[in-house]
Design a binder for this molecule. Structure first.
Ligand code: FA5
Length: 338
């Protein structure tokens, strides 16, 4: 029995010399020390049947040999592991994978750029609420309850709150700011607005505007035109063709609409400009005395101009987008281009 045990040890030693992968080591383990039918396991099970006088001697040899065999197997296992590590080639010069990162929405990009340009002209930036009272959205802007101008800005009203609405324009902030500030004022208010209207390539039911107003003594239309041309040329990176048409807004007098030639088609006519070659970009004018009255300013002391830029339309022109609805579509294939 002793010889048989030592012979098995020798067999294992020889077999281990040939082993060079995990699979053959595992097979060898099963063959010799496997619990169910391992050669060594089976032999050791027989020790208990030996006569008492042999049991002690064989048992001691068996224990020692068994320990040696397990240690041999363990060393072989470690060697294989080290070999595996040696073989795992890792190229440290490869570029890292990096975390996927988000990016700034194109409308926000245009808004931030506009803010920078206005800041260089000395304007301060304010923000306003999207949910506003009827007073600031309409009444304070010289649009009383039954005024037909209310129909031009189809409004989302709030259930059970007849006096509140989602702001239809950023002009809501004009009187709100004037109430708390004394001229001279140079303010811009960028923000999202909401209109209950049908959509098409240049109309969304929610879009972005940038309101601006300047109030002081002796402010004129010339200041208004210079400021807006400066802004459009800086954002669109070229000397632009613009045109001023008379426009009606109850809170300015006189009022205008400023169009810019469609950069998408170069003025030839396309879907984005409804084939006209011009895109309506800005509502503007000289602030109406009624607005100053609502703000509590002394009668006749101040003049000022105000404007409301369609930021979404500006972003369309800048990036040559033919359908305004792409901006809020949440389509990542579109957004990832910016
Ligand atoms: C106004 O909202 C006025 N509050 C602008 C104003 C401010 C006039 C201060 C005078 C003084 P209007 O509804 O025209 O005006 O909108 C202003 C600009 O927002 C438009 O010139 C256009 O560029 C953009 N706009 C209007 N409706 C939409 C729409 N449905 N989708 C996308 N852009 C729009």
């Amino acid at each position: 029995m002793k010889d048989k045990i030592l012979q098995i040890k020798q067999e294992i030693q020889q077999a281990l010399a040939q082993v060079n992968d995990a699979k053959s080591l595992e097979e060898l383990k099963i063959k010799y020390v496997g619990r169910k039918d391992g050669k060594l396991t089976n032999l050791l099970k027989k020790i208990k049947d030996l006569p008492v006088e042999q049991k002690k001697e064989v048992g001691s040899v068996a224990n020692q040999t068994r320990a040696e065999i397990f240690s041999m197997l363990e060393i072989a296992q470690k060697k294989l592991g080290a070999k595996k590590e040696e073989n795992t080639f890792f190229d440290v010069t490869l570029p890292g994978q990096g975390d996927p990162s988000g990016h700034v929405h194109p409308i926000t990009q245009v808004r931030l750029q506009a803010e920078e340009i206005f800041k260089t002209m000395g304007f301060a930036i304010h923000e306003g609420n999207e949910l506003v009272s009827d007073f600031y959205n309409f009444e304070s802007l010289n649009i009383p309850k039954d005024h037909p101008a209310r129909d031009t800005q189809d409004t989302f009203f709030i259930k059970n709150q007849p006096n509140m609405a989602m702001r239809t324009h950023t002009s809501t902030m004009q009187v709100k700011i004037m109430e708390n500030h004394t001229p001279p004022l140079k303010i811009i208010v960028p923000g999202r607005v909401f209109r209950n209207e049908a959509t098409d390539a240049s109309h969304e039911f929610t879009f972005h505007q940038l309101e601006g107003f300047v109030v002081d003594e002796n402010i004129s239309i010339a200041h208004l035109i210079w400021t807006l041309k400066k802004l459009l040329s800086a954002i669109l990176n070229r000397d632009l063709e613009v045109r001023l048409r008379p426009g009606y807004f109850p809170f300015v007098e006189p009022g205008f609409e400023m169009d810019c030639s469609c950069l998408n088609c170069g003025g030839k006519g396309c879907g984005a400009c409804k084939q006209s070659g011009w895109v309506e970009m800005i509502g503007c004018g000289m602030i109406h005395p009624k607005v100053f009255e609502h703000a509590g300013y002394p009668k006749g002391k101040y003049t000022g101009f105000a404007f409301g830029i369609g930021l979404s339309r500006l972003a369309m022109m800048k990036y040559k987008i033919t359908d305004i609805r792409s901006f809020m579509s949440g389509d990542l294939r579109f957004l990832k281009q910016f």
